[in-house]
Design a binder for this molecule. Structure first.
Ligand SMILES: *[C@@H]1O[C@H](CO)[C@@H](O)[C@H](O)[C@H]1NC(C)=O
Ligand SMILES: *[C@@H]1O[C@H](CO)[C@@H](O)[C@H](O)[C@H]1NC(C)=O
Ligand SMILES: *[C@@H]1O[C@H](CO)[C@@H](O)[C@H](O)[C@H]1NC(C)=O
Ligand SMILES: *[C@@H]1O[C@H](CO)[C@@H](O)[C@H](O)[C@H]1NC(C)=O
Ligand SMILES: *[C@@H]1O[C@H](CO)[C@@H](O)[C@H](O)[C@H]1NC(C)=O
Ligand SMILES: *[C@@H]1O[C@H](CO)[C@@H](O)[C@H](O)[C@H]1NC(C)=O
Ligand SMILES: *[C@@H]1O[C@H](CO)[C@@H](O)[C@H](O)[C@H]1NC(C)=O
Ligand SMILES: *[C@@H]1O[C@H](CO)[C@@H](O)[C@H](O)[C@H]1NC(C)=O
Ligand SMILES: *[C@@H]1O[C@H](CO)[C@@H](O)[C@H](O)[C@H]1NC(C)=O
Ligand SMILES: *[C@@H]1O[C@H](CO)[C@@H](O)[C@H](O)[C@H]1NC(C)=O
Length: 383
């Protein structure tokens, strides 16, 4: 985890953990994209960016799913320096393989709609949700801020591997990768012709500003510092920056209304990462829900009701938008086999809800409005 506290906030690198081999999970070898180095599309430490890939087959051979993994952000140069000597800033330190599970599972029993698609897992090593693009390398700092270039070379690589012939495509990602999905969704869409079905699925990427609510100044300062440190002001959505201070333009509540591409939000209204890192901090309460006192529970409930209100206001009520908002105290879903396969709202599992929406079988905009306290779900949704 390393150094985590910034301005009293905990911003730990939350990465999707390898899950035990339930279902048909397979481990996929990492590929280093060495050709990206000459284009300056490199990790914080200057190393090559990396991905893992599984080829599609059968009627999935013209369908592509691109997954962006999470891992927080660095908001200060010192944090970026620390990050550059971890797997979140250097491909030299990434593992040799990663587990493809949940939406990336190749077993059609568990993942019938997407099992045979081409699947791409893109590693995260820029600390800016794939947004940075600073040409100069300050010799005193000696870090490369090139997340946007990494995104671009990865897309070029996949187009060359066959994604240019795709009939179906999905951009998805979790946490900082779920935010990257929102930030890059329309850009991804433009890689394909209008006739192609292209949609985005953001998993745990709706990081809320929640102006006026507990901890909002800290959230505001944190993302303002990310934007400043990575010099992102000119890369942000003009639709957002024309309406408000650009330092607020990492908050999805100010972005989603202007996104043209169909977008699905998979969220917990009691998002564990947000409540821990951006609202309450690491406390007995955020570690063990049974130890929350009434004040803390009140803050969590206020977070939830603001979160739901914000989603309802900002996420259009149209089939172009999907929403699955539950009450389990969790963060990150699509690679978690049990959650993907069995966590349900309104009788539809996450997998069914996403697939029905993606294939236009039906819309899905469901919020668990029954549970107004965070639920300690055991992650064993399939029992
Ligand atoms: C995948 O890797 C994980 C951790 O490295 C390991 O526990 C698991 O057994 C591996 N699974 C397969 C199918 O090889
Ligand atoms: C692919 O084939 C499976 C099994 O025959 C079917 O259920 C699925 O709908 C097909 N998918 C597409 C995109 O045609
Ligand atoms: C998928 O999982 C089921 C249940 O574990 C197993 O019986 C089947 O052989 C698996 N299929 C593939 C293609 O691995
Ligand atoms: C800067 O970083 C690069 C890439 O890691 C390294 O090769 C080089 O030696 C570093 N330069 C200085 C002056 O530290
Ligand atoms: C925009 O926000 C930043 C960071 O919070 C602040 O320093 C700056 O003064 C604001 N700019 C304007 C024009 O309000
Ligand atoms: C957390 O719980 C432990 C054990 O019950 C207690 O000693 C400690 O003071 C608590 N910490 C806070 C911040 O309440
Ligand atoms: C949830 O319940 C399990 C089992 O009782 C417990 O070990 C875990 O600490 C609880 N988690 C939280 C966040 O309270
Ligand atoms: C609840 O816990 C927090 C943090 O441990 C503490 O600051 C606060 O005073 C407590 N509130 C009540 C009503 O006990
Ligand atoms: C969304 O719009 C439909 C039809 O206009 C309406 O029936 C439904 O209640 C709306 N849902 C929400 C959450 O506003
Ligand atoms: C969910 O499905 C079960 C079993 O099929 C059914 O009994 C129940 O009425 C359904 N609930 C809702 C809310 O549709």
């Amino acid at each position: 985890m390393g150094k985590c506290y910034i301005a009293g906030l905990l911003i730990c690198a939350l990465v999707v953990m390898n899950v035990a081999q339930v279902h048909g999970d397979t481990n996929v070898t990492i590929t280093f994209l060495d050709s990206a180095i000459s284009k300056g599309a490199v990790c914080l430490d200057g190393s090559a960016p990396a991905y893992s890939y599984v080829e599609g087959f059968g009627n999935g051979s013209h369908s592509w799913i691109v997954y962006l993994v999470g891992g927080g952000w660095c908001s200060q140069i010192s944090e970026c320096r620390d990050r550059s000597s971890s797997r979140l800033g250097s491909s030299h330190l990434m593992g040799s393989q990663t587990t493809f599970s949940g939406i990336l599972d190749s077993n059609c029993t568990f993942n019938p709609d997407f099992c045979n698609w081409h699947k791409v897992f893109i590693y995260y090593c820029d600390g800016s949700s794939f947004m940075s693009n600073i040409e100069q390398i300050d010799p005193k700092i000696n870090l490369t801020f090139r997340g946007a270039r990494i995104f671009n070379v990865m897309m070029d690589e996949m187009l060359a591997k066959g994604m240019r012939n795709a009939q179906n495509a999905i951009l998805t990602g979790t946490s900082a990768g779920g935010l990257a999905t929102i930030l890059h969704c329309d850009k991804f869409r433009k890689l394909f012709s209008d006739a192609i079905r292209v949609k985005c699925i953001s998993d745990s990427g709706f990081f809320m500003h929640g102006e006026g609510h507990h901890g909002y100044e800290n959230r505001e300062n944190f993302f303002a510092n990310v934007i400043k440190t990575h010099k992102l002001a000119n890369s942000l959505s003009p639709a957002c920056t024309s309406k408000r201070n650009s330092s607020l333009c990492f908050f999805p509540e100010y972005l989603v209304e202007d996104i043209q591409t169909p977008l699905f939000m998979l969220e917990s209204a009691f998002d564990r990462f947000q409540l821990t890192s951006l609202v309450l901090g690491i406390t007995n309460c955020t570690t063990y829900l049974t130890r929350c006192n009434s004040t803390e529970l009140g803050i969590m409930r206020d977070f939830r009701s603001t979160f739901i209100k914000t989603l309802e206001q900002r996420v259009h009520n149209s089939s172009n938008r999907g929403m699955f908002v539950h009450s389990c105290y969790l963060h990150d879903h699509v690679l978690k086999s049990d959650e993907w396969t069995c966590l349900a709202i309104a009788n539809r599992t996450m997998r069914q809800a996403v697939a029905d929406w993606y294939f236009d079988r039906s819309s899905f905009r469901e919020i668990d409005t029954k549970n107004d306290s965070p639920r300690n779900c055991t992650n064993k949704f399939c029992q």
